[in-house]
Design a protein around this ligand. Sequence first.
Ligand SMILES: [Mn+2]
Length: 450
Amino acid sequence: MISIVGTGPTARDLAVALAARGERPQRVRRALAVRADAGAVFVVTGSDRANLAAVRALRAGRPDLLVLAESGGPGASRRAVAAGADFVLEPGALVASTFLSEITELERRRLARRLVAAIRPAGRRGVAVFLHDNPDPDTISSAVALQRICARNQVRCALYYGGEIARPGNRLLVTALDAPLVQLKTADEARAASARHALTALVESSLPGQNNILPPGSRVDLVIDHHPLPGGCSPAAAFADIRPQVGAVATMLSGYLRRLWIRPDPALAAGLLFAVKADTDDLTRHVSGDDLEAAVYLAEHADLALMRSFISPPMPSSTADLLARAIGAREMHGGHLLACAGEMRDRDSLAVAADFLVRLEAVKAAVVFGVLRGDLFVSARSNDPSLHMGRLLRRAFGRAGSAGGHASSAGARVPLEVLGRARTDESRSGLARRAVRKLYLGAAGLRGEG
Ligand SMILES: [Mn+2]
């Protein structure tokens, strides 16, 4: 048996809702009229004072009765709970939060319509989409998602990038998405590519020339990014969606696809989900509610086996060769493992070797390095919380080249010519080994040799 104390609109709506469930609630004006066999009571008189009095009266001597009361604000809610109410609802706060979540959704839908309105006029001349340099999974899969939105609206779309796509997982992603990415080498090529199209878009960067191959000052019409704009800058694009609070641009593009009723195919959903995972470190870093929502949506559509292959792609045999050389050449200096991998074919295998060697017993830090074209590349890992590899590498190599990274993972690149001359009969690898011993061990406070 359920009773309702109150006669206003809320009491009436409750009675209707209960009747729809097959209940026949007792409706009374005062708590004293509530039947002795009632199991639960809704207290909705419309007055906080009357509600409080009713809660007190009902609670006295009836510890088992469920009492649910309406309240006009936080103060009244606290008093009702203190008087023994099992649950208190503030309709005003409920209305406000429902309005807020609804307006967010309405704004996102309006933004999706605006995106379509912005690209549609491009038609057959199309949109030139510029990814960021050395594209990562986030910019690749987001640009492909934007291309799908263009295709759905009969707008042509070409994808351009500078730098290279080196990591095996990212190359696999490009193949799986069948993404027609065009590599550009110079700013002139970028300017020409932009000029051939009606509109120019940046995905995962906000300003021309900032981590993309477009020359600074170029006209940009659309920007979709999740990096905060540098202080004082505003995007000159007619359409700009920049959300620094979101973990991945793939999250933003997933929202566009969903709201435009464009269902991502299993490969694209896998790519976007891979991007969300990668940019948020498996949903542990800089993750927002939007990212979780996108991950759930994408997981429903994604080819998950394909996504796992992006995460751990088949290892090229050149990586095994490099790993063997690094293992064979490893040397210990007080918990710091140095390993020279010699001449390399690509720089990504270094990271694989460093990930592996840092797991050896008694190793606090693993520093693996090798020579590629005219440069020394260094990849470092640590599992010792007292070490910050990014800072350590900056101290060691920052002056001679570029270096940086996080506490547990860092990298550096130094032109060989800066390291000095090779001795007679000394190989490039020998020169690199001598330089790393001196610079790294010096920066780590261990005695440098050579
Ligand atoms: Mn990103």
